[in-house]
Design a protein around this ligand. Structure first.
Ligand code: GLU
Ligand code: MG
Length: 458
């Protein structure tokens, strides 16, 4: 048996023992579709030992469903044909919010046991492998903001009106936050910080970074757990990018660093460079900025996402970078005293929690690596808020306005050979069809209704 099979067997064994010890009745096999919806099927625990290897059957048509649950006609994703949901045992958790239920995230495999062309997790696996080919390990994390809402008058309204970073905002939901942290910890996710964010009812809970595949899995766990713990507190957790027109949006900024596989060192760190940020780090940033107009179709993938990407909202609106610059699409945060090597990273702000985390991370990695391969320079770091510059000064500095609609972003994505290559032509075609159908669904809708739809749906 090869090493990978051996490791998998050991992990599967651990899952089976734990499912038995916890007396589980159901184990969910999950995936995230092109519309960013977490879906899956559950096996009874009695069948787990078989299904963990053979997977659960799924019609290829299911991946052709958009976030409104409309089934689209996409070649290769039709009602004739099946794939298998094959779980990754390293992602196993026991759900603290559902009785006697476990969960694993899955790869979508063809019947001849190959990664399916439309599998988002396979896309991320390939991006990680491309980094490994360059001797690099990717560490990443999604930093989620979300709104706590409650039902009122047939709609959803903010659960509080507390000021930014205020203790009022902390106290308003302290029991929820405590339960959420406990539920995340019970699933192996370490929480870093909790903040009552700027918007009324808006919260942020940051978690620890992990290897890229686990980071995307953690994003699934985070969203699922926050939603359900909120529901148990009589609240709704909305991960819409911009739930209310007159409040700030919710980002899921991605923090990322690259580590040398051999030495185990953070290659974004160079004590001799400006602010300790290495040349390789700059190249990576340059790649992300170069591809950002198409990349946002993956990282900010809903119609409503483009209501968030505005100047002066700390969400980013231009392709620029800077040290500690909260208006730059890529911020290089200052490091922590004595922990420079460990804490050097880049933050991409143009990401929101509606993204399929596998495709978003894969796109970021592919874009950044392209910058490294082509030895790109990101130009000088922006020392000011780009919105305070004249359009001419921004153009001189190479700053481009990010796409202002999902349609424009999808057009930029289709024209980006590096990103389409990273997705694979089939996957790109499927993704574009799903996202275009969502853009079409909202095209003639009144703006306020689009906000309402998104805050409820996500
Ligand atoms: N809410 C902002 C966003 O939409 C981010 C605020 C912050 O920097 O924490 O990205
Ligand atoms: Mg924040």
């Amino acid at each position: 048996m090869d090493r990978t099979a051996e490791v998998r067997e050991r992990d599967v064994d651990r899952v089976l023992k734990s499912a038995h010890a916890m007396d589980l009745r159901l184990v969910r096999f999950l995936y995230v579709d092109f519309g960013g919806i977490v879906r899956g099927k559950a096996t009874h625990a009695a069948g787990l030992a078989d299904r963990v290897d053979e997977g659960i059957a799924l019609t290829t048509a299911q991946m052709a469903s958009n976030a409104l649950d409309d089934l689209l006609d996409i070649p290769g994703m039709t009602a004739v044909g099946e794939v298998r949901l094959v779980p990754d045992p390293t992602s196993f958790t026991v759900l603290p919010y559902a009785p006697r239920t476990g969960q694993m995230t899955c790869d979508l495999m063809t019947l001849d046991r190959q990664p399916w062309a439309f599998c988002p997790r396979a896309v991320l696996r390939r991006a990680i492998a491309a980094a490994a080919d360059e001797g690099l390990d990717v560490q990443a994390v999604f930093e989620n903001e979300f709104y706590l809402l409650r039902e009122e008058g047939g709609g959803l309204v903010a659960a509080d009106d507390s000021p930014c970073f205020s203790t009022r905002g902390m106290d308003a939901h302290a029991p929820f936050t405590d339960d959420l942290i406990a539920a995340l910890e019970a699933q192996g996710i370490q929480v870093e910080q909790a903040v009552a964010e700027h918007g009324g009812g808006q919260q942020e809970l940051s978690i620890r970074h992990a290897p890229a595949l686990a980071a995307a899995d953690h994003q699934v766990v985070f969203r699922e757990t926050a939603r359900e713990v909120a529901r148990q507190h009589g609240l709704r957790a909305s991960f819409a990018a911009k739930p209310f027109a007159d409040q700030v949006g919710s980002g899921a900024h991605v923090h990322l660093s690259l580590w040398d596989v051999g030495s185990g060192e953070n290659v974004f760190y160079d004590p001799g460079a400006e602010r300790g940020f290495s040349e390789l780090g700059r190249q990576f940033v340059a790649g992300v900025l170069d591809h950002l107009p198409g990349l946002v179709a993956l990282t900010c993938p809903t119609v409503n996402s483009y209501e968030r990407l505005l100047p002066r909202a700390w969400a980013s609106a231009y392709t620029t970078w800077g040290f500690d610059n909260r208006e730059a699409a890529v911020r290089v945060p200052s490091t922590f005293w004595g922990r420079e090597q460990g804490t050097t990273n880049v933050e991409l702000k143009a990401v929101d929690p509606t993204a399929n985390p596998y495709l978003a991370l894969a796109g970021i990695i592919a874009a950044g690596l392209d910058g490294v391969r082509r030895d790109l320079s990101p130009g000088d770091p922006a020392g000011v808020d780009p919105a305070t510059m004249t359009p001419e000064a921004r153009a001189d500095a190479g700053m481009r306005r990010l796409p202002e609609t999902l349609d424009a972003a999808l057009t930029a994505l289709a024209a980006d050979q590096v990103l389409v290559g990273a997705l694979g032509a089939d996957c790109h075609r499927g993704y574009e069809a799903v996202r275009r159908s969502e853009a079409d669904a909202y095209r003639d809708m009144e703006l306020e209704r689009i906000f309402a739809e998104h805050r409820r749906r996500y």
